[in-house]
Design a protein around this ligand. Structure first.
Ligand code: NAD
Length: 369
C-alpha cells in the first residue's frame, strides 16, 4: 500500500535528520510518497511567514506528518511555529516515550516510561503582554480548560491500557496554582475512577523531578499540562540516553505529527554531525501508527543493534560515558546508512543486544496505535 505523508524538514539540523529518516524508511520497503512543505526560517525567506497555509493544508489532507525541529527566536521575534502548529491542528496530546537505548549512556538502563503532555493550552496559550509601557512587568496567562484536560487525560489512560502499562501519574502544582492546577487535578481524579484496572497517583511537579532522577523505573505513564510536560520530556530524554535518541508524536482526533524531542541545534547545522536516531525513531512510531508493525519493529531493532555495536555512531554516542572506550564518531548520514543496511536483515526473534535493556521488546509492547 502507498502512503502519502507530509514532510516538514525544519531548520538547523532538521533537513539532515529528516533525510536520514527517509533513508531508513525506504529500507523497510513500505512505499511512502513524501509531500515536502517548508515551515520555519526557509518559509520566512520564501513566503514571508514561518507557517504558510499550505503546511496546515498538507497535514490536514494527508493526516500524517514527519517533522524536523523548527527554530524559534528566543525572547522576541515571531511566535513559535511548533506551538502554532499544535494549536492550529488541535494536536492536543504530545507523547514522548523515554526508552533507555543503551546500557552505558544512562544511569537507569531499565528506564521505559511515556510522558503525555497537553499540547494546546496552559502557559503556552500565547496570552501574554507587558503590564506597563516601560516593560518593567509582564504577564503570561495559563489557560486550563476542563475539555482539554479531559481529552488528554483520557488519551493517557487509554494509552496505558493499550500498551499494557500499569500506572498513570498525574503531575500538577495544585498546591500553589489552585485554580488551573486544581482543575487539572480534579479532572485527573475523576478520569482515574473510570480506569479501575490501572494504578493512578499524583505528584507535584517539583517532587516529580526529584523522583524521576532518583527512581525513574518506578514510573510508567506521566500525564501533565503543557509547560511541565515540555520540561519533563527533556528530563526523561536525558534519563533514557539523551536528546539524540528521543522521539515524539503529536496526536489530534484524526491527525498525527511525528517529531523528535530535540530542537534545531543550530550550532551543528550543515555539518552532517547530529544524531539521526530521534528522527528515525519518529519514523518507527509513524509506521506503527499506520499499522506497519513489521517495518516499525525492524527499525527499532536496527537502531538498538547499531547503538549496541558502537561501530557506526554519531559523536554524542561515541563520547566517554556512553561507551567504556571512546570510538571514532561517524556522521549523521553514515549512521543512517548503517541502520538502513540492517533494517531488512535484522532477526526480530533475537533478543535485543543491550544488556539490562528495558524488559519489553517492541513486539510485546506496541508503542503507538
Ligand atoms: P536543541 O535540542 O536544539 O539543542 C540542545 C543541545 O542538545 C544541542 O546543542 C546539542 O548539543 C544537543 N542535541 C540536540 N539534538 C541533537 C541531535 N540530534 N544529535 C546530537 N546532539 C543533539 O535545543 P536548544 O538549543 O534549546 O534549541 C535550539 C532551537 O530549537 C531553538 O530555536 C528552539 O526554540 C528550537 N526547538 C524546537 C523544537 C521543535 O521543533 N519541536 C524543540 C525544542 C527546541
Amino acid at each position: 500500500m502507498d502512503y502519502r505523508v507530509t514532510l516538514i524538514p525544519g531548520d538547523g539540523i532538521g533537513p539532515e535528520v529528516t533525510n536520514a529518516a527517509k533513508v531508513v524508511a525506504a529500507a523497510t520497503g513500505v512505499s511512502i510518497d513524501w509531500e515536502v512543505v517548508e515551515a520555519g526560517e526557509k518559509a520566512i525567506r520564501a513566503r514571508g511567514t514561518p507557517l504558510p497555509d499550505e503546511v496546515l493544508a498538507s497535514v490536514r489532507k494527508n493526516r500524517v506528518a514527519l517533522k524536523g525541529p523548527i527554530t524559534t527566536p528566543i525572547g522576541s521575534g515571531f511566535r513559535s511555529v511548533n506551538v502554532a502548529l499544535r494549536q492550529e491542528l488541535d494536536l492536543f496530546a504530545s507523547v514522548r516515550p523515554a526508552r533507555a537505548i543503551a546500557g552505558e549512556g544512562t544511569r537507569f538502563p531499565e528506564t521505559d516510561l511515556v510522558v503525555v503532555r497537553e499540547a494546546t493550552e496552559g502557559l503556552y496559550s500565547g496570552v501574554e503582554h507587558w503590564v506597563d509601557r516601560d516593560h518593567s512587568a509582564a504577564e503570561t496567562i495559563a489557560v486550563i480548560t476542563r475539555r482539554a484536560s479531559d481529552r488528554v487525560l483520557r488519551f493517557a489512560f487509554e494509552l496505558a491500557r493499550r500498551e499494557h502499562r500499569r500506572r498513570v501519574t498525574g503531575v500538577h502544582k495544585a498546591n500553589i496554582m489552585k485554580t488551573t492546577g486544581g482543575l487539572f487535578q480534579t479532572a485527573f481524579r475523576e478520569m482515574a475512577v473510570k480506569y479501575p484496572d490501572l494504578d493512578a497517583d499524583e505528584r507535584l511537579i517539583d517532587n516529580m523531578c526529584m523522583q524521576l532522577v532518583k527512581r525513574p523505573t518506578e514510573y510508567d505513564v506521566i500525564v501533565t499540562t503543557n509547560l511541565f510536560g515540555d520540561i519533563l520530556s527533556d528530563l526523561c530524554a536525558g534519563l533514557a540516553g539523551g536528546l539524540g535518541v528521543a522521539p515524539g508524536a503529536l496526536y489530534g482526533d484524526d491527525l498525527a505529527v511525528f517529531e523528535p524531542v530535540h530542537g534545531s541545534a543550530p550550532k551543528y547545522a550543515g555539518q552532517d554531525k547530529a544524531n539521526p536516531v530521534a528522527e528515525i525513531l519518529c519514523v518507527e512510531l509513524l509506521l506503527r501508527h499506520l499499522g506497519e508493525k513489521d517495518a516499525a519493529d525492524r527499525i527499532y531493532h536496527a537502531v538498538w543493534e547499531t547503538i549496541a555495536e558502537k561501530k557506526v555512531v554519531t559523536y554524542d554516542l561515541a563520547l566517554p560515558g556512553y561507551t567504556q572506550r571512546p570510538v571514532p564518531p561517524s556522521s549523521c548520514s553514515a549512521m543512517a546508512r548503517e541502520i538502513a543496511r540492517k533494517v531488512p536483515i535484522v532477526d526480530l526473534s533475537k533478543p535485543l543486544l543491550v544488556p539490562g535493556a528495558a524488559a519489553a521488546s517492541a513486539e510485546d509492547r506496541p508503542l503507538e496505535g
